[in-house]
Design a protein around this ligand. Structure first.
Ligand SMILES: Nc1nc2c(ncn2[C@@H]2O[C@H](COP(=O)(O)OP(=O)(O)OP(=O)(O)O)[C@@H](O)[C@H]2O)c(=O)[nH]1
Length: 461
């Protein structure tokens, strides 16, 4: 594939050019001058990988002053790149006046240190760079704690006695964010801080879990926006929910789940959640850090998978998002694909349906608003198909099934039957109901029930 997967901008500038995010991004005073090193492994297209990496560097506020490719059969255990390449990097740094080297690969702590020593400048690998971006973007209390924890763990793995002259350079890329003041601490202190953060995070998560259960009790179906970073999730979220979340032409503008109530035609309502942007090769420790944020996704009734229709690499990016969803166990959650930015492709907003007439994809422009009404109708159609509601009768020996209904959905009413069983009025995701039929021995049919109770209001958090 020759086209870049993740152009940094969608406003028509050259794919992969770092100019747009760099212009829009408020770069900290004296933004660092970075030299990018792109290893060639013969598998990925190096030009494409480099342009995506350049967009990441720009997102972190770096000014890219040079680019180098490195080809090697096997990575050098000491410095990752070979000695010849080290000399080349040193010369390029001197030429361009660079003060930071960014390597688009994972480096071992020792490789990072050895390179720093030989190049006499700071070196960050892909994980370090992404952590820095996350540190800048985290907004909620939980998000900040998660990033700090991931940053500290990353630093702890690199911290050795006498951390070299680089300790002095504070506040630069990879050194800022909540973790920056920890750099001088020794491992013991760092370990203490990590424990403290884990405890605090545990508390925040428990609170959030309670909030989630409260929401479930209010029986509003949950819809989660997912998509590759920069696909337009926040813009769509704003457009659909008329909410004022932060939108920026930067990768990862969204780090924390944001929730809004969504009113649908016919008086129904749902909770719409904006989630973190997905990215290729997200470092595993970050997937872990954001797992709890992404748990919302697994529990959603419907996923809106936002895809940048104007991105030539859109299919690969969408496949990447699907792979992460599968990893999270969310591959069974029904999906409605939203092809965004049709204003850039010259296409018309429209809805695609499958053979049974079910909407499966909506093409629209979140920026102009064209196609939004059709999306809301499609959501409404998909949700009413995704929710099962009705009355079910269970026998006296089916206490376990009764408990499962309470667990999986909402029991609106319970009455005792003449035979000593129960009659439950329930609302639950259709896929859960199907699972009960298939795997848990439920045999009674769900009978239609009278008018649904009106959902209560939900406050945005
Ligand atoms: N032309 C055009 N640009 C759009 C459209 N929707 C979003 N954008 C732009 O695309 C960029 C990214 O949009 P966001 O909504 O921040 O994207 P996101 O998916 O939330 O990004 P992350 O937070 O990185 O995951 C912004 O510059 C938006 O203005 C659209 O329909 N048309």
């Amino acid at each position: 594939m020759s086209a870049p997967r993740n152009p940094a901008t969608n406003s028509g500038s050259a794919p992969g050019a770092a100019t747009a995010p760099a212009q829009l991004f408020e770069r900290p005073e004296g933004g660092e001058r970075a030299l990018l090193v792109q290893p060639e492994d013969g598998r990925t297209d190096p030009a494409e990988a480099l342009s995506e990496f350049e967009a990441l560097a720009a997102s972190a506020g770096a000014e890219v002053v040079g680019r180098l490719y490195g080809r090697r059969r096997a990575p050098d255990p000491r410095t990752f790149v070979g000695p010849g390449k080290v000399a080349e990097i040193r010369a390029a740094l001197a030429d361009a006046g660079g003060d930071l080297v960014l390597v688009n690969h994972a480096l071992s702590p020792a490789q990072e240190r050895n390179l720093e020593r030989e190049l006499e400048c700071r070196v960050l690998d892909r994980t370090g760079l992404i952590l820095d971006i996350f540190a800048q973007r985290a907004r909620s209390h939980e998000g900040k704690l998660q990033v700090e924890l991931a940053q500290l763990r990353h630093i702890a793995s690199r911290l050795v006695r006498g951390w070299s002259h680089l300790e002095r350079q504070k506040g630069g890329i990879g050194l800022r964010g909540p973790g920056e003041t920890q750099l001088e601490m020794d491992r013991r202190l760092l370990g203490g801080r990590i424990k403290q953060l884990e405890k605090r995070l545990g508390r925040v998560r428990r609170q959030r879990e309670q909030g989630r259960q409260a929401r479930r009790r209010r029986e509003l179906p949950a819809i989660s926006l997912v998509g590759y970073t920069n696909a337009g999730k926040s813009t769509l979220f704003n457009r659909v929910a008329e909410a004022g979340v932060y939108v920026a032409d930067q990768l990862f503008a969204t780090l924390d789940t944001t929730l809004r109530r969504l009113d649908l035609p016919g008086g129904e309502a749902a909770v719409l959640a904006d989630t973190v942007g997905f990215i290729r090769d997200l470092p595993p420790q970050l997937v872990a850090a954001f797992r709890s944020t992404l748990e919302e996704v697994v529990e959603a009734e419907l996923l809106l998978h936002v895809i940048d229709a104007s991105d030539p690499g859109r299919d690969d990016n969408a496949a990447e998002v699907d792979a992460v969803l599968a990893e999270l166990g969310a591959d069974e959650v029904p999906q409605l694909r939203v092809y965004n930015k049709v204003d850039l492709t010259g296409g018309d907003p429209h809805v695609e349906r499958d053979d049974s007439g079910r909407p499966v994809a909506v093409w629209l422009s979140a920026a102009s608003g064209a196609g939004i009404e059709a999306l809301i109708t499609a959501i409404s159609e998909r949700l009413s198909a995704a929710q099962a509601r009705g009355v079910v009768e269970l026998g006296p020996g089916e206490g376990r099934l009764r408990a499962r209904f309470y667990q999986l959905g909402e029991v609106l009413e319970e009455t005792i039957t003449d035979t000593g069983g129960v009659r439950l009025a329930v609302v639950l995701p259709r896929r859960e109901l199907e699972r009960l039929y298939r795997h848990e021995g439920l045999s009674a049919q769900l009978e239609p029930m009278a008018e649904p109770a009106l959902p209560e209001a939900v406050n945005a958090h």
